[in-house]
Design a protein around this ligand. Structure first.
Ligand code: ADP
Ligand code: MG
Length: 525
């Protein structure tokens, strides 16, 4: 089932296109049509499977923008989820003029929420406690409510919201539609469903037996803003001849291809919005080696006949276990080596655990490679090739040329080899980024003073900090300038041209188990 086949409001369709969704996820494909008919629904699916749009699209489809009263209420367990879901529903509602979506949760000033509610809100997404609070104050009026969603119902029960949820449900109009989404269906959820839902349809993402190819699989926990940087380090480190990178949306494919091209990679994108001629051009480039990296959505990759890629990268964790298996099945064919890498952000780790459990496969966590690791691997590859060359070739003439040269100069053969290796490695040998102006941070000339949230109280020594800064960024330890430690924090001075690399590498590292936060010291005025 496609989004087109769902006969959605054209304004919602336009938003979906803009968000770059190419096809409904399995839970969406099953639940949206049922929910659009106004039926009660129980949806069971894991985190990260697209449940927000599963109820968000039907809510928007049925909401009347001309009426200003509350029409739909979504209950969810935490403030973060309320905000996240509200943002997703707002994106879906982008072209529906007059639809107001408001997250409400504890910890935010209630007067502010009351003012927003008075302005007329059709969809409220909130935590049970705060919703109860507003109901008591009559700032949320339920009389004309058409739809209620219990999102992450099992989580809400775990957090002790059962009584609140039941109290809220008891006050809603009998005629409303009720949808319940949950990753698991323990007994109390079934009891609530039995009591409060009317002839619900049960939608469950059923799982087929899948065989996972026996290839090495790794994952990296990344900061969402660092995804491109981490991907390019992995590409540099493993240097695969052909790689396939998967994104969940068409939009992400376009953005990532632009970024990779900017970083000097031969990358092209493939997704459902492209014309056949464009797709052919991209595929030809990939087949004849002009393109090393193909970035694709799941749908687009289905149609391609390139099987044997050396590495598969899941830039986004796939929305369905089955997609994971299809994706990584593109590598390691015919007994050749293959690797699969997955970038994981925050809560997506649960999705990955689910994939592991259900696919009975092991995906190993790896630390994000530092620039130094990347250089070491590059060097190893080059030296291996050189060794091969020595074994294969008659180097006699070159050897005598070099001997003659070394006789007349003061370099050792090792120094000469090191220089040639560095040249061969290009930028990777010296992780120097262009000098960047950090203003006057109070450091020595040519240096930048960096603040770090690690201090004496963390039982860390200066040597630990020095080792971490040099190790993570790949710069020589002796280039690190003065390090001043205080009780709760420290200052580290590094040369201007390394400051960016130090900040980037340190900010996803740990020292003695503590997450490091590093930033340029405040400018002197
Ligand atoms: P869940 O509630 O099941 O944990 P979410 O609704 O939060 O999952 O969705 C997870 C992510 O997937 C979000 O970033 C969302 O924008 C994205 N997403 C949802 N549906 C699709 C789709 N059909 N195609 C691509 N991405 C999607
Ligand atoms: Mg959710």
């Amino acid at each position: 089932m496609t989004f087109e086949e769902m006969c959605l409001d054209p304004r919602i369709m336009r938003a979906i296109t803009e968000m770059g969704f190419e096809q409904p996820s399995p839970i969406q494909a099953q639940s949206i049509p049922i929910a659009m008919e106004g039926k009660d629904l129980i949806g069971q699916a894991q985190t990260g499977t697209g449940k927000t749009a599963s109820f968000g699209i039907p809510l928007l489809q049925r909401v009347n923008p001309k009426e200003r009263h509350l029409q739909a209420l979504v209950l969810c367990p935490t403030r973060e989820l309320a905000i996240q879901s509200a943002n997703e529903v707002r994106k879906l509602a982008k072209f529906m003029h007059g639809v107001k979506v408001l997250p409400i949760y504890g910890g935010q000033e209630i007067s502010k929420q009351i003012r927003s509610l008075k302005g007329g809100v059709q969809i409220v997404i909130g935590t049970p406690g705060r919703v109860m609070d507003h109901m008591r104050r009559h700032t949320l009026k339920m009389q004309k409510l058409d739809m209620i969603v219990l999102d992450e119902a099992d989580e809400m029960l775990n957090m002790g919201f059962r009584e609140d949820i039941e109290a809220i449900l008891d006050q809603l109009p009998e005629t409303r539609q009720t949808m319940l989404f949950s990753a698991t269906m323990p007994k109390p959820i079934m009891e609530i469903a039995k009591h409060y839902l009317q002839h619900p349809e049960l939608v469950k993402v059923v799982k087929k037996e899948l065989t996972v190819p026996k290839i090495e699989q790794y994952y990296y926990e990344v900061n969402p803003r660092k995804k491109n940087e981490v991907l390019s380090r992995l590409l540099d480190m493993y240097d695969p001849e052909l790689s396939l990178v998967f994104c969940n949306t068409k939009r992400k494919v376009d953005e990532l291809v632009a970024d990779l091209k900017g970083r000097g990679y031969f990358a092209e994108g493939l997704h459902g919005d492209m014309k056949q001629s464009q797709r052919d051009r991209v595929m030809n480039g990939f087949r004849n080696g002009r393109t090393d990296i193909l970035v694709a959505t799941d749908v687009a990759a289905r149609g391609i006949d390139v099987d044997d890629v050396e590495a598969v990268f899941n830039y986004d964790v796939p929305q369905d276990d089955e997609y994971y298996v299809h994706r990584i099945g593109r590598t390691g064919r015919a007994g050749r080596e293959g690797r699969a890498f997955t970038l994981v952000v925050g809560r997506e780790i649960y999705k990955l655990k689910d994939i592991q459990r259900y696919c009975k496969t092991k995906i190993r966590r790896q630390p994000i490679p530092s620039i130094k690791d990347v250089s070491a691997i590059k060097a190893e590859k080059i030296l291996e090739q050189a060794g091969q060359r020595i074994a294969d070739d008659n180097l006699g003439h070159t050897v005598s040329m070099l001997e003659e040269f070394l006789d007349n100069n003061e370099y050792s053969a090792t120094e000469m080899a090191a220089a040639l290796l560095a040249m061969q490695m290009g930028d990777g040998a010296a992780p120097v980024v262009a000098k960047e102006d950090f203003g006057d941070t109070g450091a020595e000339p040519g240096m930048v003073r960096l603040f770090m949230n690690i201090g004496k109280k963390d039982r860390v020594r200066i040597g630990d900090i020095l080792g971490a800064v040099a190790g993570e960024s790949g710069m020589e330890g002796e280039l690190v300038g003065s390090i001043d430690m205080y009780e709760n924090f420290s200052f580290v001075e590094v040369p201007e041209e390394y400051a960016r690399a130090v900040l980037e590498s340190m900010n996803h590292s740990k020292i003695k188990g503590r997450n490091v936060n590093m930033e340029p010291a405040n400018k002197r005025s």
